[in-house]
Design a protein around this ligand. Sequence first.
Ligand SMILES: [Zn+2]
Length: 720
Amino acid sequence: MNYLQPASDKKALSPAWFAAGFQAVIWRNWGLVPPKNIAAALNCTECRLRQSAAELGLDPKAEADPIWLKRGYLTIIRRNWHIASYGQITTLLGTDEKQLAFILKEDDFMWAKMGGFKPSVEDNVHRELTAEEKLKTGEIKEAVARYGEQFDFGDNSFDFLDKFYNPQKSPEIAVLAAKEGGFRIAYSYFAVFGDPLLDESLDPYPDELLRQYAELGVNGVWLQGILYQLSDFAFDPELSSDREKRISNLKKLIARAAKYNIGVYLYMNEPRAMPKAFFDKHPQLKGETEYDTFALCTSRPEVREYLYGAMKQLFTEAEGLAGFIAITMSENLTNCYSRVSPAHIKCERCKARTPAQVVAEVNNILAKGAHDAAPSAKAISWTWAWGADWAGEAVDMLSEGQIIQCTSEEGLITDVGGVKGSVVDYTISQPGPGEKSKSIWKHAAARGFALSAKVQINNTWELSNIPYIPAFDLIGAHIKNLKRHDISNLQLCWTLGGYPSLNMRFVDYLMKTPEGTAAGFLKLIFGEQLGEKVHAAQRQFSEAFADFPFDVGTAYTAPQNFGVMAPFYAQKTGYAATMMGFPYDDIDSWRAIYPIGIYESQMQKTAGGMERAVCAFEKIEDEKNAALWEIVTNAKAAACHMRSVCNHTAYIRAREAKDAAGAAKAAQDEKNNVIRLIKLRQTDSRIGFEASNHYFYTVADLVEKLLNLDFVIRGSLVEQ
Ligand SMILES: [Zn+2]
């Protein structure tokens, strides 16, 4: 059986800065993947492999840190996508095709992130080098040694986890989150995709994280719940066979979190679609289709009965479960309208009904099931992706007691650099809320519903590789606007942005303090004098971030997330940038709605402004202040990533204009930027990490980028 989509004919991009392709496989997997796996993938002995590693300047005795295969496998897949075949990638990961296919399909849209196809890689195995290649390899080794004299590039990845899983003191339980004043729900900063309720070693919420959350006013945490895994699934009982173990672990988490007054919420996206074979037995339940799955049509009474019963069972058995957050449009295929526009609906039963009817009905059933078992459980109906033309009608049909949650920024009108745009989600640079959310809240409030906003208070896809963006003015403006609309409940983040941060403390302060301001908060944290200086510096930083050319396309495809590690290519790659995968050299996707000149000048303003803010932060003398150190580190890293976009854009434009000197200058500027980031990363292992993408880059990637830049600079000099 073929689990994987066949590789495409499109040729992979070869890392020409190495002397031979197999060297890239060694470089990118050294220390991450057991050498025996690398040797097997490259078809050589481990002894020969270690020799070849030494020839590149790597430590020939190095062993892999097993944490990478457990918590960093997406990083490994991404870095090998263009240099290894499927077979080699499975060998490196020590897995099989079925498991790789599962990761690509299910692990946060990994297949889409990779571009939706596998480039073809010629058999990249170990071989003897030619005389010329040996010479080039010697130069690489010399360069690596030279860089090694300038700065340390030991790998500190995942060091930050220790603080949470092995805290020096056992967590004190004295801290209790406030139950009054609305909910603040967060998601673990370091959750791994998978089945944490079955595999306890994946516990996303160690006590120390819960304790820190409680201290920051977070009184709820969420994780994904798949209903057929948590309740009896009569249509196919085998799917719920591990139900009891999951419920038992869920109850343990509920009890642990309760010690801190933190409630556990499940994100639900139901009913989940089933494969074709399922409907051989249940043809009457078959609804809309997407890829190779079909919806369980909720216009069938049996499906509605199942949903109700499953929710009731879940909330009966997992006693104390705080509530659930329901997404009823988008994400996975669920009800027949969830992924199909009304104009294209084929399901005869749902065709006769409106999306508002179908969607409201699903929310009502989930809420009734939960409330019949646990009347105080919170039923949060998230209007994410509800059509603007029918959201109001759906709200009118919702049963009492549900909480109406909107993605705060939705429908926000933007005007950056004179270019008008509008926001669906994921911005901090443009403070919400948006028109669409305001209108749904107003409509819902008039009907007596409680309201909630889903926000991002730490980071967004604008810049997701640092734990939090220290733009207090922008975050403060957003929260202040929300208070004006009487929003007291907040989902603080999606799967990114869950770090227990100063920004979380700031939001907690603002929600509790009627006249609270960023200046007031920073004085509270740092004292009168220092607070004033920090406030002035963050103002510069916030103003710089407000210049970011926001569009969701830019957020998803431009290189500020991978930033500094994205290689410069001397020739046009012809590859289209992918969503949170590879930026390549596809400026047209990066700039989205912005003309190239405006995109470039806005990025320059952002990077330059952030760099000036960093100078202002650095002038504040108090090196021992940990909170200040964190702010400055985040600001520096943000500036490096934004500067990288400027350098990369300048390089591509110079390359296209055949301006060799301009290309060389951009590459040289980027080298200085990479070195700054490597030094910064040595001080903080959180830089470059994000839960659903694992590490965007490793320290070795940053050193490889230096080799890449040396290579393109040499090429440019030849051209001049
Ligand atoms: Zn249907």
